[in-house]
Design a protein around this ligand. Structure first.
Ligand code: AMP
Ligand code: MG
Length: 487
C-alpha cells in the first residue's frame, strides 16, 4: 500500500481561468469499487508524483478525480469539430475531465486529464463511461508510440471502476488518467471562432501560445506564428505515423492537437501488410482516414484551423487569407521532407534529400511493398538484417518482386549502415492480434498477457530472446482486422 503522505500536488486551473467559455466546471463520478489496473510508474516519477502514493487510496482517488487537492477546478472542455468532414458546432469532453495542470519537476506544465469519468453536459447520447479494454488499449498504444519516439499524450494509469458498462455486451468500466502538454485541439479554435467573439478567439490563441510557444508572446503576428507552428508540428507528426505504419483511424478536427501530440486512441491500428488503402475502423466506410490518406487529411484539418484563425490573422480579410494560404502551403513540403528524411534513415543511407537516385530508391521500395503487400515492420527489419550481412529474410519477403534484384544492388551500392538502421526500425509494434489477445484476457481479469505485451512494445528496438512472437506478423487465421469507435 502507498505511503501515507505525498508532498502536496498542486493542480493549476490555467485553462479554466484563461478561457472559461470553453470550460464547464464538473465533477467525476464516484466509482463503486476502484482498483488500479496499471500504473505508469516511470511517468509518475517524471511528473513528480510518488508512484507508491498513487497506488494507495488517496492516489487512486486522484486518478479517478474523486479526491482532488484543495483548489482544483476540474472542467469538461468544450470544442467543435469536423467529424468525417461534417461540422459539429458543439462537442466536448462527453466522458472526460481536465483535472488541471501540474508542474513537472523539469518545469513543464502538463494537463492531468481523465477519460471515462462519467457523463458531462456535452455527453449527448453517450453514457459518460469507458470500458476497461479500450482504456488499456490507449495505455498500451500511446506508450508504444512514446517508446517509438513519436509525440503523443501519455497514459499515467488505468483504474477499473468496479462498475459495468453496457456496450454490445456488459463490460467492466475503467478510467484512464492521461498526461499531455495540453488538450487544445483544432476544434478548440474552431469553437472559439464560431462564437463570433474575436476577443475570445484571441484569448484561446494567447493561451495556446503561452502553453506551447511562449517565444511568440509579444511578436507582431502571434496567431500566424501559432498556425505556422501547428502546421510544422503536424507535418512532422504525420510523417512519423507513416514511417511506422500507424493508422489513427479518426482524424476528426477535434482529435488533432495544437501541440502536435497524437491524441485519441480509439480505432487506431498498425499496418501489417503494407497497403496505402488500409482502413481498420468499422465506421470509416468511405476510407476517409485510410493509411495513405493521412497526410492529405492532416492538411485538410489544418485548412479548417487556418479558416478559424482568419479573424485574428489580419484586420484586412484579403491579407488574412493570403497569410493563411501561405502557411498552409508549407505543409506539403515540410511533410515530404520529414517523411523522406525518415525513410532514408530507415534505409540506412545518408543521401541528400533532393538526390534523384535516393528519391527513386525510396519510391521503388514503396512500389514493391504495395505490390507484394509484405509485412511493413518485418520488411524494414529484414532490410536492417541485410545491411548487417544476412539478406535471407529480405529475399523471402520481397524477392518475388521483379524489380527486387536491381533495387537491392542500387541500395547496397549506397553502403547502408545496418547499426544505424537497427536504432530506427522497430522490431516490435503493437500487433493487432496481440493487442486483441491481451485485452481479451484483461477483460476476463488476467492482466499477465497485457503486462508482457506492454513490456515488449515499450522496448521496440531490441530483439529479445523469448519475445519472438511479439515481432511476428499475425497468423493467417487472424483475418481482416476491424476496430471500433464506440469504446
Ligand atoms: P472521439 O471520436 O472518441 O474523440 O469521441 C467524439 C466525442 O464523443 C468526444 O467529444 C467524446 O467525449 C464523446 N464521447 C465518446 N464516447 C462517449 C461516451 N461513452 N459518453 C459520452 N461521450 C462520449
Ligand atoms: Mg476525441
Amino acid at each position: 500500500m502507498g505511503t501515507a503522505t505525498q508532498p502536496t500536488i498542486a493542480l493549476e486551473g490555467g485553462f479554466a481561468g484563461a478561457v472559461p467559455e470553453l470550460a464547464i466546471p464538473w465533477q467525476a463520478a464516484e466509482p463503486p469499487a476502484p482498483r488500479l489496473l496499471v500504473l505508469n510508474a516511470a511517468l509518475a516519477e517524471e511528473v513528480g508524483i510518488d508512484p507508491s502514493w498513487l497506488r494507495g487510496p488517496e492516489g487512486v482517488g486522484l486518478l479517478t478525480g474523486t479526491r482532488l487537492p484543495d483548489g482544483a477546478t476540474p472542467v469538461a472542455q468544450v470544442y467543435a469539430g469536423h467529424q468525417f468532414g461534417s461540422y459539429s458546432p458543439r462537442l466536448g469532453d462527453g466522458r472526460a475531465l481536465l483535472l488541471g495542470e501540474l508542474r513537472a519537476p523539469d518545469g513543464r506544465l502538463l494537463d492531468l486529464h481523465l477519460k471515462g469519468s462519467g457523463r458531462t453536459p456535452t455527453a449527448r447520447a453517450g453514457d459518460g463511461f469507458a470500458a476497461a479494454g479500450p482504456m488499456l488499449r490507449e495505455h498500451l498504444v500511446s506508450e508504444a508510440m512514446h517508446a517509438l519516439g513519436i509525440p503523443t499524450t501519455r497514459s499515467l494509469a488505468v483504474v477499473a471502476t468496479g462498475g459495468a458498462v453496457r456496450r454490445e455486451t456488459t463490460l467492466p468500466g475503467a478510467v484512464l488518467a492521461r498526461i499531455a502538454s495540453s488538450h487544445l485541439r483544432v476544434g478548440s479554435i474552431q469553437y472559439a471562432s464560431a462564437t463570433g467573439d474575436r476577443a475570445l478567439l484571441r484569448r484561446v490563441v494567447d493561451h495556446a501560445i503561452d502553453r506551447h510557444h511562449p517565444d511568440l508572446v509579444g511578436t507582431d503576428a502571434p496567431a500566424l506564428g501559432l498556425l505556422q507552428r501547428v502546421v510544422a508540428a503536424q507535418a512532422a507528426l504525420v510523417a512519423h505515423w507513416m514511417l511506422v505504419g500507424f493508422v489513427h483511424g479518426v482524424m476528426n478536427t477535434d482529435n488533432m492537437t495544437l501541440s502536435g501530440e497524437t491524441i485519441d486512441y480509439g480505432p487506431c491500428a498498425f499496418l501489417d501488410a503494407f497497403d496505402t488503402s488500409t482502413v481498420y475502423s468499422s465506421i470509416d466506410t468511405g476510407g476517409r482516414y485510410a493509411y495513405g490518406n493521412q497526410p492529405g487529411i492532416a492538411a485538410w484539418n489544418l485548412a479548417r484551423l487556418a479558416e478559424a484563425l482568419l479573424p485574428v490573422l489580419d484586420d484586412d480579410p484579403h491579407r488574412a487569407l493570403e497569410l493563411a494560404q501561405a502557411a498552409l502551403d508549407d505543409f506539403a513540403p515540410q511533410h515530404a521532407s520529414a517523411w523522406r528524411t525518415g525513410m532514408l534513415a530507415k534505409l540506412g543511407v545518408r543521401q541528400d534529400l533532393d538526390d534523384p537516385d535516393a528519391a527513386a530508391l525510396v519510391g521503388d521500395l514503396m512500389g514493391m511493398l504495395q505490390e507484394t503487400r509484405a509485412d511493413h515492420t518485418s520488411c524494414f527489419r529484414a532490410l536492417t538484417d541485410a545491411a548487417l550481412g544476412d539478406d535471407q529474410r529480405l529475399r523471402a519477403l520481397l524477392g518475388a518482386s521483379p524489380g527486387f534484384d536491381d533495387w537491392a544492388r542500387r541500395w547496397t551500392a549506397l553502403g547502408p549502415d545496418g547499426s544505424a538502421m537497427a536504432a530506427v526500425n522497430p522490431v516490435v509494434i503493437p500487433r493487432n492480434h496481440l493487442v486483441e489477445e491481451a485485452l481479451a484476457a484483461a477483460t476476463e481479469g488476467d492482466l499477465a498477457p497485457f503486462e508482457r505485451l506492454l513490456d515488449a512494445v515499450t522496448t521496440p528496438y531490441v530483439e529479445r530472446p523469448g519475445f519472438e512472437r511479439y515481432a511476428a506478423p499475425a497468423p493467417e487465421a487472424f483475418g481482416a482486422y476491424r476496430t471500433f469507435c464506440g469504446t
